[in-house]
Design a protein around this ligand. Structure first.
Ligand code: PLP
Length: 387
């Protein structure tokens, strides 16, 4: 296969390192960063992103599925890995064998893991999730939950290495309410356990709101910020929120596959929704909605070619889109097309795609097809010191 790649996802190691430092500056020095790499690291590439994060001082990783965690272990990553969803009974033996840390929210799961721990003769590390308002997983903040956690605490082949909850919004009143409920459950759980496991509550939006300086918990769980993505579930920035200088890590590029000058009045693309208004040079780019380019870029999206914006004309197809390059005489077949990324001062970011597709930045990035090769611009060795 010597055909050049139709599309390429590229990661900028320096940007990732700077984002980690930006997050670090929001924290107290002792806080541990658990970097969230679920969903192919928000489209960035699971193993590649995990390697870069750990190279720059992220000491823990978190995933959503056992498969993701096993992929990381297979790739040789040895840091603690937390599974942020309930472990499937069929996956438990493997979780323990590969030293992964599942989040529990039922006594039944705790007993299953405990049995495996007894069989292996060593305690199984777990996190406990408390549901303080997201309505998904986790023990509800009730006396019945405390009774269950007390029974869990008596299982001597489990060790609780974290207790956490997940905030549902950045609304100050809701956050304060969730934090109060968490504090109440945590105090009871720690009393039952006889030790105080690390607590973790804040993901990107809580960190961006500056909440860590108030909560000062032992761990934080950012995803979006590490990738340079502004958090999505944010009300207008509060005056006390820190300003964050985030750098997008991911770019998505392609190449011009075909060029043609078409006369005025030529219909372009499916449905003939677009007709050239004058003689137009049309570039065909091998990137479509099957690759993760939102179909909603039809009629409103743009790409960057030779440092100039070129508007998407006609419908975004399954494997191709078309852009108007009449004003870019340097554009030739094979020329680089930036779909997401920057050229000098000009940039197209995931937020732009999200706005056009009426969704959030992580939604558009996680739709970038996993089959597309991920590469990285690495830093010189001297700049690879952990943050
Ligand atoms: C996805 C996720 C995170 C990370 O969220 P960001 O907003 O990307 O920082 C943290 N905690 C849990 C439980 C999650 O599911």
């Amino acid at each position: 296969m010597d055909e050049p790649a139709r599309l390429r996802v590229h990661l900028d190691e320096a940007a990732l390192r700077d984002n980690i430092q930006t997050v670090r500056r929001l924290l107290t020095p002792a806080a541990t960063v658990m970097g969230v790499v679920k969903a192919h690291a928000y489209g960035h590439g699971l193993v590649l992103a995990a390697r870069l994060l750990t190279r720059h001082g992220v000491q823990h990783l978190a995933v959503a599925t056992t498969d993701e965690a096993c992929t990381l272990r297979d790739a040789g990553l040895q840091v603690p890995i937390t599974l942020l969803s309930p472990p499937a009974p069929a996956a438990m033996a493997e979780l323990v064998a590969r030293d992964l840390r599942p989040a529990l929210s039922t006594l039944a799961a705790a007993r299953d893991l405990h049995r495996i721990g007894v069989r292996r003769g060593r305690p199984v590390p777990v996190h406990l999730e408390i549901d303080t308002g997201l309505g998904r997983f986790g023990w509800a903040p009730t006396a019945a939950s405390i009774a269950q956690i007390t029974r869990l605490a008596a299982l001597d082949h489990l060790v609780v290495c974290g207790i956490y909850t997940h905030l549902s919004s950045q609304d100050p009143d809701l956050c304060a309410h969730q934090l109060r409920l968490f504090t109440w459950v945590y105090a009871k759980a720690a009393a039952a356990l006889g030790y105080r496991p690390p607590r973790h509550v804040l993901a990107s939006s809580g960190l961006a709101a500056g909440l860590h300086r108030r909560t000062r918990l032992e761990m934080v769980r950012p995803g979006a910020l590490l990738y340079g993505l502004p958090p999505s579930y944010s009300p207008p920035a509060s005056p006390t929120a820190p300003t964050l200088d985030l750098r997008p890590v991911l770019s998505l590029t392609s190449r011009i596959e075909h060029l043609a000058r078409l006369p005025s009045g030529t219909p372009i693309g499916y449905g003939a929704t677009y007709r050239t208004a004058a003689s137009t040079v049309v570039a065909v780019v091998p990137a479509g909605f099957a690759d993760g380019v939102p179909r909603q870029l039809t009629g409103s999206g743009r790409v960057l070619i030779c440092g100039h914006y070129a508007p998407v004309i006609g419908c975004v197809g399954m494997t191709h889109l078309t852009v108007d390059v009449t004003h870019i005489p340097q554009a030739t077949v094979g020329e680089t097309v930036i779909l997401i990324g920057a050229h000098g001062e000009r940039a197209i970011d995931a937020q732009e795609w999200a706005r056009l597709a009426t969704t959030i930045n992580s939604d558009v990035l996680t739709r970038i097809a996993p089959a597309i090769a991920r590469t990285v611009t690495t830093l010189p060795h001297a700049e690879r010191k952990p943050a």
